[in-house]
Design a protein around this ligand. Structure first.
Ligand SMILES: [Zn+2]
Length: 143
């Protein structure tokens, strides 16, 4: 696979609401929101809690751990900038905090499988550090 940092791909669209998320991502941290009224975790960033309609959401750092809920191997990218690294994997990651996020799945350890434990890995994609995920080393292969 080519170096993801060399890709000519469009970056995320930042709005006022999502600035803290992207700033943290650039620093290698994954932020989610937490509702002060119902205590549930929320992702993607929103103005209103989707569980209880409260507007008291604040950002907090997520563990970066989760489980692969579903994935797709992309052979024909939706944007030509991704072609140099196709086929690649995008997956739905169920974070340990609850919410599900779509992300790039790094496949250095081989084919992913639904149910795999994953760890967030800050990854330079097209010149920006973004939260990708890789299969967690649970210690089983650590001799
Ligand atoms: Zn709530």
């Amino acid at each position: 696979m080519s170096d993801l940092s060399e890709l000519k791909v469009p970056g995320p669209t930042e709005i006022e609401l999502t600035k803290p998320f992207w700033k943290a991502a650039a620093e290698g941290r994954l932020l989610i929101q937490r509702c002060e009224d119902c205590s549930k975790a929320v992702f993607y960033p929103r103005e209103i809690c989707p569980h209880c309609w409260s507007d008291k959401l604040h950002f907090e750092e997520a563990s970066g751990r989760g489980r692969l809920k579903s994935f797709s191997v992309v052979h024909k990218p939706g944007h030509p900038g991704w072609a140099p690294v196709a086929p690649y994997v995008v997956g739905l990651v169920e974070l340990d905090e609850g919410p599900t996020m779509l992300s790039h799945i790094l496949t250095g350890a081989g084919e992913p499988a639904v149910g795999d434990r994953l760890n967030m890995k800050p990854t330079n994609i097209g010149g920006r550090v973004l939260p990708a995920f890789e299969t967690a080393d649970e210690g089983a292969y650590n001799g």
